[in-house]
Design a protein around this ligand. Structure first.
Ligand code: SF4
Length: 75
């Protein structure tokens, strides 16, 4: 049997887990820089806005979003 890990999408500052996310939008509403949005059923980081405050990571009830070190994400 082949198993696959959760579907992870990496942006410049954020790693988002599409399988764990229930699209509650807590992270979108909590971000002080309005750096996140829901687009085509995916949480998307808006370029140039994230300052890695980390509220999304702390408030997500499903551990579905995390701030990554600058340069850690794919470009
Ligand atoms: S807070 Fe977590 S579960 Fe809710 S939309 Fe954001 S990433 Fe998804």
């Amino acid at each position: 049997m082949i198993t696959t890990g959760p579907r992870l999408i990496e942006y410049s500052n954020i790693r988002w887990n599409s399988d764990w996310c229930k699209r509650c939008l807590i992270c979108v509403e909590a971000c002080p820089r309005q750096a996140l949005t829901l687009r085509d059923d995916a949480i998307v980081e808006i370029d140039g806005r994230c300052d890695q405050a980390g509220l999304c990571q702390r408030l997500c009830p499903d551990l579905a979003i995390e701030v990554i070190e600058s340069g850690e994400g794919r470009r």
